[in-house]
Design a protein around this ligand. Structure first.
Ligand code: GP9
Ligand code: MN
Length: 720
């Protein structure tokens, strides 16, 4: 009989070679990583392919790092270095596991450098953050200690030859390239757009994430350290010159009210009052929004443009909340949001009106680096997917919980908030690829458009769903009594149909795809902006040209807060001094009531006629607007990339201290405040005799509203 080597002997044989030792350490690093991925982190793995990539990703860089000591001949140096690197990898996994429990995010190089906030998570509370399951991280000791006791581990004196060492390095780099390729295929522009730290870690692992975050920090620091208080002065001069004083007719008309902001995902203005034709019938897409748009308690805008670029939603949020632009490339929130000093809506309203603040969003909190940016902006609470109903195939899709569930499940938190509050809802269901309802048969029924482009076809049904969700939420606001104490701001964040799909959209808008031009591309960048002020009866549709950058000064003036002296690039849209120049984020693109400059061409805004041979006056005017646009963007960029607001002294405002905020255990924090205030608590919950109002929310599904057979037939007559 053939004699087999005892497994213990075999192991000690392997482990007593240099390569074998490395492979054993790599094995332990690997299983600890997988443990961390599945137990401690929440990587939101959506499918099998993502899971496989995540399981694989610790190996390439693990091998690269643990393989480096092979280049050292001296066995003492080899083993010391090997153990040091292994410990380092362990610190990275375990440190992040503990940090994640408090911050639901990974440790970035920036947090490490600004050690105070890292320490806030890992310092005195670190012991509270330890869990029994952490014992798993000692699994390698269980393996090594008996071997050491039995003196089964010996150092291998034989150096590795250079070529073999190089082969290990080359192999690991090859594996890493394959890993990176797979990760980029799953999530294109993973590193350039940097959607979320989670996505980077689940795609390429922790060591690569650290390198990525180090580069981000380096790039940001470079510009930051080159800027001075003098740079801010120049910006302030510009802002002063550009300030548009409020119209007294509107100043303060909503003073002291709760502010509810609803971010309408991918919602373009052409949907307003739009009727989709299908089978010889017409279907009103957004009857409820249309009623708000035309209501005499709303101030609605008909020439309001989104101004986003690569940062999409995050750019829209940045402009809406700070009146500063996103970046020319990449996302401001991702690259600077977590660090830059900001004077954003929640912090201004807290200081000027004693507002509490919260964001509700059905996606993971790290997307667009929201969990860090919101602290800089002064949000007291951030209710992301971890606070909301568990996601299933029928109530959610890849961007998170569907809107009817988001609104419904937010109420238990909203009602606990002290009033006045500033609450922002970021909807998701009307997000590309407009298939969010496919998991729920009861929500299907609104007709699809009939074009060659599936994306265009689905857009109207998901917009209709959003509309229905909004109606349910408004009904709740009315039933609970919040409505009359609030103003509700609604805005579309950016286009839902990209320019390269507009030839399919054209016929639906009564246009010929053959003659569709850049002028048409520009015109469909309009998005809704409406301010619903319950009880106000002088509402109207305002034709002023403006964009997302103008929203904050407009809102603040309605709330009776003068923005003079604030570093904001926008102008109050209701101010008679508004200049109606709308710079888009792409350099050279802008829109005014007279001219539209888009795609390198100029047009008359009113007629769409292209300006091919401008006379001297027209030439001069176009040039003037081009310069003004560039000047505004340059001033905004200087603030954003130079973190210039750290030098600012804003009249009546203090900078916000981000280290005060944590978005864990929010419900118990809310309840504690309510309890402490007792009779003085202004939350709806307290006012309602400590009874919940959540039961007042009712969202019917499409088929409940319209019936199965007659799908869609009733939609055009409802709720006007
Ligand atoms: C995700 C959501 C979408 O949380 O806000 O962002 P977008 O893809 O529209 O930029
Ligand atoms: Mn968006």
């Amino acid at each position: 009989m053939k004699k087999y080597l005892h497994p213990f002997k075999l192991l000690s044989k392997i482990i007593n070679t240099r390569l074998g030792f490395i492979l054993v350490l790599l094995f332990f690093y690997w299983i600890k990583s997988i443990w961390a991925y599945s137990v401690d982190f929440n990587l939101e793995l959506e499918d099998m392919v993502q899971t496989i990539v995540a399981i694989f990703n610790p190996l390439p860089l693990g091998l690269l790092i643990l393989g480096l000591p092979l280049y050292f001949k001296n066995s003492k140096i080899f083993y010391t270095l090997e153990i040091a690197l292994y410990l380092l990898l362990n610190i990275i996994i375990i440190g992040n596991s503990i940090y994640f429990r408090e911050f639901t995010d990974f440790i970035t190089v920036n947090t490490l450098l600004a050690s105070s906030s890292a320490a806030a998570g890992l310092g005195d509370s670190a012991s509270n953050l330890l869990e029994v399951s952490d014992l798993f991280y000692l699994i390698d000791l269980i393996f090594f200690i008996p071997l050491l006791i039995r003196k089964k581990i010996k150092s291998d004196k034989r150096p590795f030859n250079k070529r073999a060492s190089f082969a290990v390095t080359a192999l690991s780099l090859m594996l890493f390239s394959a890993n990176l390729f797979a990760a980029e295929t799953i999530r294109p522009q993973l590193l350039t757009r940097g959607f979320s730290n989670y996505y980077v870690v689940r795609g390429i692992g922790l060591p690569a994430f650290i390198t990525y975050s180090a580069n981000q920090t380096y790039q940001a620091q470079k510009e930051r350290s080159a800027s001075t208080a003098d740079d801010l002065k120049k910006v302030q001069e510009y802002v002063k010159k550009d300030y548009a004083a409020p119209d007294q007719k509107y100043f303060g008309i909503a003073k002291g009210r709760n502010v509810i902001v609803i971010h309408l995902e991918s919602f373009q203005q052409f949907l307003i009052d739009y009727k989709l034709k299908s089978d010889g019938k017409e279907y009103e897409v957004t009857p409820f929004l249309n009623s708000l748009y035309h209501s005499n308690s709303s101030i609605s805008f008909s020439n309001f443009f989104h101004q986003v670029r690569n940062g999409k939603t995050s750019d829209a949020e940045t402009m809406m909340e700070t009146s500063l632009y996103g970046l020319n490339s990449g996302s401001y929130m991702v690259n600077y949001g977590g660090d830059n000093t900001a004077y954003a809506t929640p912090s201004i309203l807290a200081q000027k009106g004693g507002y509490s603040s919260a964001v509700f969003h059905g996606n993971t909190g790290s997307f667009w680096n929201r969990n860090n940016t919101y602290k800089q902006w002064g949000y007291d609470y951030f209710f992301d997917s971890s606070y909301l109903e568990k996601q299933t195939d029928s109530n959610s899709f890849q961007y998170g919980l569907n809107d009817k569930y988001l609104f419904g499940d937010s109420i238990k938190y909203l009602e606990q908030m002290q009033q006045p509050f500033y609450a922002k809802y970021i909807t998701v269901s009307n997000h590309f690829p407009y298939t969010s309802l496919n998991g729920d048969k009861n929500e299907l029924g609104f007709p699809l458009a009939d074009t060659a482009d599936k994306t265009v076809n689905g857009y109207f049904a998901t917009a209709n769903y959003l509309d229905s969700a909004l109606e349910s939420f408004f009904n709740y606001l009315k039933a609970s009594g919040l409505y009359d104490k609030s103003i509700i701001v609604l805005y579309g964040d950016h286009f839902g149909i990209s320019n390269d799909r507009n030839s399919s959209l054209a016929p639906l808008l009564g246009k010929d795809p053959e003659t569709w031009s850049d002028y048409d591309n520009a015109m469909v960048q309009r998005v809704p902006y409406m301010i619903n002020i319950p009880g106000y009866t002088n509402g109207f549709i305002d034709d002023t040209y403006g964009g997302e950058i103008d929203a904050l000064p407009t809102l603040l003036h309605l709330l009776g807060i003068d923005t003079q002296g604030y570093v904001q690039m926008g102008q109050d849209l209701l101010s008679p001094a508004n200049d109606q120049l709308v710079p888009l984020r792409t350099p050279g693109y802008y829109i005014t009531p007279t001219y539209t400059s888009y795609g390198g061409k100029n047009y008359y805004t009113k007629t769409g006629e292209q300006i091919t041979e401008p006379n001297e006056t027209t030439k001069a005017e176009l040039e003037k607007y081009r310069k003004q646009t560039a000047e505004q963007l340059a001033n905004s960029d200087a603030v954003q990339t130079g973190d210039l607001l750290r030098f600012a002294d804003i009249p009546g405002l203090k900078p916000n201290d981000a280290s005060k905020y944590s978005y864990t255990k929010s419900m118990s924090k809310l309840k504690k405040i309510n309890k402490k205030l007792g009779d003085k608590s202004t939350s709806l919950y307290s006012q309602n005799g400590d009874q919940t109002t959540a039961n007042l929310y009712e969202a019917k599904s499409y088929s409940e509203i319209h019936g199965h057979e007659e799908s869609g037939a009733l939609s055009s007559s409802s709720s006007r």
